[in-house]
Design a protein around this ligand. Structure first.
Ligand code: ZN
Length: 79
């Protein structure tokens, strides 16, 4: 089962949840303030399976490049 990350719109905390893919978009209550205004982020699981070994490590380590979607432009520092 993949791990999904949800970001709370009210307190900006991260809530991680292990759940089946079919329920990935179901509402999640924030662990901290119990708000239901949470939005799903890309799961670590799918990021790893999509990008392969080297770039997956770079993404997991920083994930800070905001100028590209694929995680491998010149400013990512993944090479
Ligand atoms: Zn919250």
């Amino acid at each position: 089962m993949p791990v999904y990350e949800y970001c709370c719109a009210d307190c900006h905390s991260k809530t991680e949840l292990l759940r089946p893919m079919s329920e990935a978009d179901a509402p999640v209550e924030c662990n901290f303030c119990h708000s239901l205004r949470t939005s799903r982020k890309l799961s670590v699981f799918s990021a790893f399976s999509k990008t392969g070994n080297n770039s997956a490590q770079a993404i997991a380590g920083s994930g800070s490049c905001s100028s590209c979607a694929g995680g491998h432009c010149a400013s990512c520092g993944s090479r």
